[in-house]
Design a protein around this ligand. Structure first.
Ligand code: CIR
Length: 261
């Protein structure tokens, strides 16, 4: 199976408190009903693409808990519990842990330091961990050790200042290519991967998601869609304008994996 041939996805319904989700700046948050609509469209797209999609119940105590990517990292061979760097999100780990224990034979934990899953880019040859305001060296080193336990190599990189998560600025297009914002157009970051640099006025498109043969991308990024479609890859645009109000994109709303066998 190819790197993007996911079979399963785990999601969590947005809580009504999502209106209080963390954001950079003091602008208004999203409307609950609109986040619920975007979440439903996302879940439907993953199902359409052939994945088994499970949706966990909402957690009102955790406004950002719809973003299940941040408290854990999953692979077919096992899961790793992370530790989100925002204090209001720390409790999400204890909520996702029993769910992962039911679904994975091996569940490891970073144990110390902080890592948000949004800072973790899985490439075919290595796992890149972006140091950021949410992810520190201690957590990144602990994650590198946990990844070794699953037979994977991890490497620490830097998230540019002002960018929330490493994957706010990049996403895998195919096994050889990564989409990047201009700030991440750097020879030292992505090893042998080719970089597709996004137009300056479409930087939020970078948090795209390759699922099987399709790239899911936020609505409103025609230049980026064309760049990808010119590579012969199908794209499908999804509404993200509400979750964008709390600094979220497409990767953060699911944990995705390929079931073994
Ligand atoms: C936060 O600041 O933690 C949330 N409002 C957004 C998290 C987005 N997560 C992600 O991109 N992995």
């Amino acid at each position: 199976m190819g790197a993007f041939d996911f079979t399963h996805a785990l999601l969590r319904s947005p809580a009504r408190t999502v209106t209080d989700g963390l954001r950079d700046g003091d602008h208004a948050g999203p409307a609950y009903a609109d986040v619920a609509r975007e979440h439903a469209a996302y879940a439907a797209a993953l199902k359409d693409l052939g994945l088994v999609v499970e949706v966990l119940p909402p957690l009102e105590a955790y406004p950002d808990s719809v973003f299940v990517e941040d408290p854990a990292l999953v692979f077919g061979e096992g899961a790793i519990l992370l530790n989100p760097g925002a204090p209001t999100r720390a409790g999400e780990v204890g909520e996702i842990a029993p769910e992962l224990a039911q679904r994975f034979d091996h569940v490891l934990s970073i144990g110390e330091g902080h890592v948000d899953g949004g800072d973790v880019l899985v490439t075919p040859s290595e796992v890149l961990i972006g140091l950021s305001a949410r992810t520190d060296r201690k957590g990144a080193n602990a994650l590198i050790a946990a990844l070794a336990g699953l037979g994977r190599k991890g490497r620490m990189v830097a998230t540019p200042p002002g960018v929330l998560h490493f994957k706010t600025g990049c996403g895998m297009i195919d096994e050889e290519t990564v989409a990047v914002i201009p700030e991440l157009d750097d020879d030292n970051l992505f090893g042998r991967l080719r970089r597709l640099v996004l137009p300056e006025d479409e930087k939020p498109a970078a948090n795209l998601l390759r699922i099987r043969d399709t790239i899911l991308i936020g609505e409103g990024f025609p230049k980026t869609r064309k760049l990808i479609e010119d590579m012969g890859i199908e794209t499908r645009a999804l509404p993200v304008s509400e979750i964008a109000k709390i600094d979220a994109g497409l990767s953060c709303m699911s944990l995705r994996w390929q079931a073994a066998g």
